[in-house]
Design a protein around this ligand. Structure first.
Ligand SMILES: N[C@@H](CCC(=O)N[C@@H](CS)C(=O)NCC(=O)O)C(=O)O
Length: 171
């Protein structure tokens, strides 16, 4: 059976994993195509062909073969698109205006606060350690992440899911 969706990914990258988990939850028939990050050439995320799909040259990107090959990038937006396209009852993205608002709230919280702070710490501590870096830089990100995780921990002590009474695109 031909795949309904193509997911452009990279093994070990976190953002495409979010999409694969949700495709599994939706029980969609999908294929995964790996792209080498920051590289040109036929398999690279910086190839001319891939930049046509995502001018940022990043993964994830999906192509929806059930919708004239429509493609979209940015993991939060991909999650919204997949939820609305393949589960239009709003189970995962919110059934009412209020549910949709709180789902979007936590999705944007992740995209604008949680992931960027993690990324900066990961960058300075693991990917690109700077000799004699002012320790206050890593301390700043560690404190931010500690506060964010504490808030999430406290929240998930009191409820099963991040938002609503069921799994959503936020978790
Ligand atoms: N905000 C984007 C971030 C995408 C992103 O940074 N993807 C990483 C892999 S997790 C990537 O492709 N990095 C390659 C690069 O920065 O050139 C999203 O959520 O989809």
């Amino acid at each position: 059976m031909a795949p309904q969706v193509t997911l452009f990914s990279n093994a070990g990258a976190s953002n495409p994993a979010k999409i694969a988990i949700f495709l599994e939850e939706l029980n969609i028939n999908y294929e995964v195509i790996q792209r080498s990050l920051r590289k040109g050439g036929p398999d690279g995320a910086q190839s001319v062909q891939f930049l046509e799909l995502n001018p940022m040259g990043k993964v994830p990107v999906i192509v929806d073969h059930t919708n004239k090959g429509f493609s979209v990038w940015e993991s939060a937006v991909i999650l919204i698109y997949l939820a609305e396209r393949f589960s239009p009852d709003g189970k995962y993205s919110g059934k009412t205006l209020e549910e949709r608002a709180v789902v979007s709230q936590w999705l944007l919280f992740d995209a604008s606060q949680l992931t960027p702070n993690f990324y900066e710490l990961h960058w300075y501590k693991r990917r690109h350690p700077v000799k004699d870096l002012d320790p206050s830089i890593n301390e700043h990100y560690e404190t931010e992440i500690y506060d964010l995780w504490s808030m999430l921990e406290h929240r998930l002590e009191r409820q099963d899911w991040m938002v609503l009474d069921r799994m959503t695109i936020v978790g």
